[in-house]
Design a protein around this ligand. Structure first.
Ligand code: 1CP
Length: 340
């Protein structure tokens, strides 16, 4: 078993810097497209045999140092009672938005084993196959709330901020419900065999620091505190979070995920005694080989003082990325970080 990723998360010495990449299973891979050709995205998420197959693809193809469960952060919202659909080219759509007390009352805190059994089954099956650690995940409550309130993806988050500022009690009640559901969901993933857990806060970066402290961070802290008993590395990734790093460092996570908009050396000084994960610009994968390797070398050098460093992109790999470029990046991280 290659435990380099887990050791780096814990701040232990490693022979080289481990790498996995966000959205490593997905549309940029022809192997994924083949599986996805036969089923809708939601069907795929509910078929453990296929989830296992696509989870393993990038690990087997490129030698990633960790696997991430193939699923989606919105699967839990559906289990809470929000009818979900994925429209080709438009992304997720919730038929019923949550914008008032009645909408909130329709949501429930599901029993994760009973209502998302396919997720737990995928984890159990993967643990039999994998030679690298398996990361489980969920969306952070703020990010999940934006999808429920907006009814899908958004650019301006009008409805979300309207609820925060004009109906803060309702907003907090929604956050509390998502938090309770997420705790049950991630605890079930840990019991099924997940070896690290990541909270994705893709939209936290739209918040002013004072609002992050009031409306988002306490719920992340509550979730991570409720997972501490499993003694697994906990990762918190707030996209666009460079202005929130000192606050994110108080989340209770062992590893702070970094997007590419901040220099990793500066970020390390700001998060203190925490390991970090990141932070190559996903579009830098378009660079010619030598420049890509040089860019990776810079990040590795700038991260020398980290308590632990897990190499990753600063956000998910883009769907039009040539897979060969991912191979170059993985090999570069492994070669350039060798320690004797
Ligand atoms: O058409 C397809 O095949 C679906 C594309 C796709 C894929 C491959 C979606 C739709 N989700 C996923 C998988 C996925 N999503 C994973 C798999 C594991 C891996 O990393 O390999 C993970 C961890 C997620 C998490 C996720 N889903 C996030 C958080 C991370 C991030 O990228 O910010 C978010 C915001 C979502 C919502 C989502 N899922 C899919 C879409 C199109 C969206 C909307 C994104 C948006 O609003 O911009």
């Amino acid at each position: 078993m290659n435990d380099t990723f887990l050791r780096a998360c814990r701040g232990e010495k490693t022979a080289y810097t481990p790498i996995w990449i966000m959205r490593q299973a997905g549309r940029y891979l022809p192997e994924y497209q083949r599986v996805r050709g036969g089923v809708s995205f939601l069907e795929l998420c509910k078929r453990p045999d296929l989830c296992v197959e696509v989870t393993l693809q990038p690990v087997d193809l490129f030698g990633m140092d960790a696997a991430i469960l193939f699923s989606d952060i919105l699967i839990l919202m559906e289990a809470m009672g929000a009818p979900l659909d994925f429209h080709e080219g438009r992304g997720p759509v919730f038929a019923e938005t949550v914008r008032n007390q009645a909408g909130l009352d329709r949501l429930r805190v599901p029993d994760a084993e009973a209502e998302t059994p396919f997720v737990m089954e995928t984890i159990r099956l993967l643990r039999r196959e994998l030679q690298v650690p398996l990361i489980g995940f969920a969306g952070a409550p703020f990010t999940c709330a934006t999808y429920l309130i907006e009814g899908g993806s958004s650019k301006v988050f009008w409805e979300t901020k309207k609820m925060m500022y004009t109906a803060p009690e309702l907003f907090h009640a929604l956050m509390a419900k998502i938090t309770a559901a997420t705790i049950g969901y991630l605890q079930a993933q840990a019991r099924a065999g997940a070896q690290a857990l990541q909270l994705f806060d893709s939209w936290a970066g739209i918040l002013a620091p004072v609002d992050f402290v009031e409306f988002a961070l306490p719920y992340v802290q509550e979730i991570l505190a409720a997972l501490r008993q499993f003694n697994l590395p906990l990762i918190y990734f707030a996209n666009n979070g460079a202005t929130l790093l000192e606050l994110s460092a108080t989340s209770g996570a062992d590893v702070i995920g970094l997007d590419w908009r901040v220099n990793i050396g500066e970020a390390i000084r700001r998060v203190g005694e925490r390991a970090v994960q990141g932070n190559l610009d996903p579009f830098a994968l378009l660079l010619p080989r030598d420049q890509l390797r040089a860019r990776i070398g810079r990040i590795l050098a700038d991260a020398r003082e980290a308590r632990g460093h897990v190499f990753n992109l600063g956000h998910g790999v883009h769907q039009f990325t040539p897979p060969e470029q991912v191979r170059i990046a993985v090999d570069a991280v492994h070669e350039l970080s060798q320690r004797s």
